[in-house]
Design a protein around this ligand. Structure first.
Ligand code: 4D3
Length: 396
């Protein structure tokens, strides 16, 4: 059914529906599908769901010139400790990715897999079962539901050595090369939401005193080494990166850390320096402070004391902004006034495969069901209806 208590506003007169060139891609609109894990990959093997994933991405890229960033996608087995999320390291995985890319390309749209490594947020049961490392920057006890689970399984955090950090850098660049060679239009480095790179960026979790910690520059090093290695592997025109400066998911500081804007200003400044040398990433993708934790419900845990505006005075390229926007069209209208801003909508794009058309015309939106975000099933993945299909069966 449609969301009742929400009055859609047509955004067709905004820049959101003005074409924009993003690196080698020609977008016909600026509504982006950002990453959200869907837990439909098969285990063992972390293979994308061959039956449903091509359909899922085909449905959401139907409007030619759309930009899709995929569900988080693991770079290696050590990075991959959620059984039903997909990876890019094996031939079996690549074979299904090629099917996905073909469907999106047939729609004349573009797809950017998000490259992911779990670090501190790996699943304790799987870590124990597979005898994998529970990787972290400094082994700081971070409590929460994760903390208890790790203790229950007798897991202690492994403080990454410099060699292991280099290994991860290598895995990011190898994964990027593989997935670009398989036909992706670009890749997004996941440096957000408390996963591998994020705890290195955050003083709450990174207490290292060697070159990977102890200062804003040193906390940025791992992320920037990944950026440089991926750019060296696939070229700067195919690389984006996602940050959640104000995020608290995974027991990150969020806005309570006075240094957090300085920290991200430094990283983004380093990206801008590379751009000025003709070797910069294509875009930076920022989670809005309004959404501090993707698992909280609308309006819960909002952080409204700061904005991502700081990034605009540092980074001069494309900025993608994501965070509870579809239900705030007045905010989308405001943010889209900026010439280089793309807006990402994940929950409503999941339940509205034709979301760009609906936002353009101010059409009612299908409700989404959180229960099926992360659950193995076609329901909640490929069964949501396009507007005309919904009307035909009597949605109101
Ligand atoms: C893929 O990028 C993410 O940030 C994923 C998650 C977050 N936050 C995520 C989604 C579903 C889960 F079950 C665990 C983590």
């Amino acid at each position: 059914s449609f969301i009742k208590e929400f009055k859609p506003i047509a955004l067709e007169d905004t820049k959101l529906f003005k074409p924009i060139k993003v690196s080698d891609t020609n977008l016909s609109h600026r509504v982006v599908l950002p990453p959200l894990t869907r837990m439909r990959a098969s285990f063992p093997g972390n293979v994308p769901n061959e039956e449903w994933a091509p359909e899922y991405y085909d449905q959401r890229s139907k409007r030619p010139g759309s930009m899709i960033i995929t569900e988080g996608t693991f770079i290696s087995p050590q990075a991959a400790v959620y059984d039903n999320a997909q990876g890019v390291w094996s031939d079996k995985q690549i074979a299904v990715w090629k099917k996905i890319f073909k469907r999106v390309r047939n729609n004349k749209s573009y797809i950017w897999p998000q490259l992911w490594a779990l670090g501190r947020q790996a699943d304790a049961v799987a870590l124990k079962r597979d005898g994998l490392r529970f990787d972290s920057p400094s082994g700081i006890d971070f409590g929460g539901k994760y903390g208890e689970l790790y203790k229950k399984y007798g897991l202690s955090q492994h403080i990454l050595t410099k060699e292991e950090i280099k290994q991860y850098v290598e895995e990011f660049s190898t994964a990027a090369k593989k997935i670009i060679d398989a036909g992706a239009d670009g890749i997004e480095i996941h440096a957000a939401n408390g996963f591998l790179l994020n705890p290195f960026l955050d003083p709450i979790s990174n207490k290292r005193t060697n070159e990977y910690g102890g200062s804003i520059e040193n906390r940025s090093r791992f992320t920037l080494e990944v950026v440089d290695a991926v750019i060296a592997a696939v070229g700067h025109t195919k690389v984006g990166i996602r940050f959640s400066a104000f995020g608290t998911h995974g027991t990150m500081s969020g806005g309570s850390e006075p240094l957090i804007i300085a920290q991200y200003s430094h990283v983004i400044g380093e990206l801008e320096k590379r751009a000025k040398e003709g070797n910069g990433v294509v875009y930076i993708h920022l989670m809005e402070p309004r959404v501090t934790n993707p698992f909280l419900l609308e309006g819960e845990g909002e952080y409204l004391d700061d904005t991502n505006d700081f990034a605009y005075s540092i980074w001069t390229g494309i900025i993608i902004r994501a965070g509870n926007l579809a239900l705030h069209p007045e905010i989308s209208r405001e943010l889209s006034k900026d010439e280089r801003t793309l807006l990402a909508f994940v929950r409503l794009y999941i339940s509205n495969p034709d979301l760009p058309d609906r936002l353009e015309k101010g059409l009612p939106l299908n409700k989404y069901n959180r229960e099926t975000f992360y659950h193995m099933g076609a329901e909640g993945y490929i069964e949501y209806l396009r507007y005309n299909q919904a009307i035909k069966i009597g949605y109101n």
